[in-house]
Design a protein around this ligand. Structure first.
Ligand SMILES: CC(C)(COP(=O)(O)OP(=O)(O)OC[C@H]1O[C@@H](n2cnc3c(N)ncnc32)[C@H](O)[C@@H]1OP(=O)(O)O)[C@@H](O)C(=O)NCCC(=O)NCCS
Length: 219
């Protein structure tokens, strides 16, 4: 990944641990910061509505984007996360025509301590092509490199095997099972697998990497 967007290193962890709006270029896929401007795109709003209606997303990662009004409010909240440097939420889109593929969000759990959490979803038509893996890997590296994250966690329901694979492929080591730890879209508490990556862990190899090139531009 290019280092051109690396911010100046401050001695104050609160300054360093700020997510700065950035577009990550994976070649055929772009990761754009979600924000208010997406609310002006009917395609994006409808993509968020479709995501909320997908049964797997509704079960494992429910989205409050059931209609265009809700989707606009969701985008406003993502923008606020970027404004505070506290949440880095990216839309994964095709480089050719900007079609929505999915989303990856990195957010601080304990900013002073460098502890963050990452989550992801992809639209049904985009699944099984490595989009979630590549996007999560890129956002993970970016979070360690530019925002001084120390540890990033992924927690997924034990029954969500696809998410488990994404975590493993992205180098998030399994650390155990959290019992009845989160209430999911079916209204029930499920056990979750906790995975984590440390800044000091090696970058995983991934055969799904299409170009080996990840460009970075701040906006
Ligand atoms: C989890 C999710 C993001 C994966 O997206 P994706 O773009 O298909 O992911 P990738 O193509 O990068 O990788 C999917 C991996 O899961 C595997 N997989 C897919 N469905 C699976 C299933 N039902 N059981 C086991 N593994 C499965 C694939 O084989 C692949 O692994 P591999 O690369 O070792 O073959 C997507 O299924 C989704 O949006 N699910 C609903 C929301 C969700 O669960 N979010 C995560 C919450 S923790």
């Amino acid at each position: 990944m290019s280092t051109s967007a690396r911010p100046p290193v401050s001695q104050d962890p609160a300054d360093r641990r700020t997510f700065v709006r950035t577009t990550l270029d994976l070649g055929d896929v772009l990761l754009h910061p979600w924000g208010r401007e997406a609310a002006e795109s009917e395609t994006m709003l409808d993509g968020l509505i479709a995501a909320a209606a997908d049964p797997l997303i509704a079960l494992w990662n429910p989205l409050a984007t059931a209609d265009r009004g809700d989707a606009s409010a969701w985008l406003e909240a993502r923008d606020g996360g970027w404004d505070r440097g506290a949440g880095a939420s990216f839309a994964a889109v095709t480089a050719t025509d900007g079609a929505l593929l999915g989303s990856v969000t990195l957010r601080w759990v304990d900013r002073a301590d460098g502890l963050a959490m990452i989550g992801y979803w992809t639209l049904p038509a985009a699944r099984g092509r490595g989009v979630a893996t590549r996007a999560t890997k890129a956002v993970t590296s970016w979070g360690f490199r530019t925002a001084d994250a120390r540890r990033i966690e992924i927690a997924h329901a034990v029954g969500n095997e696809a998410s488990c694979r994404v975590a493993e492929r992205c180098g998030y080591l399994p650390e155990g099972t959290l019992r009845d730890s989160h209430r999911f879209g079916d209204g029930a508490y499920h056990d979750e697998h906790l995975h984590a990556r440390l800044a000091t862990d090696p970058e995983p190899d991934d055969p799904t990497e299409a170009t080996g090139r990840v460009g970075v531009t701040s906006r």
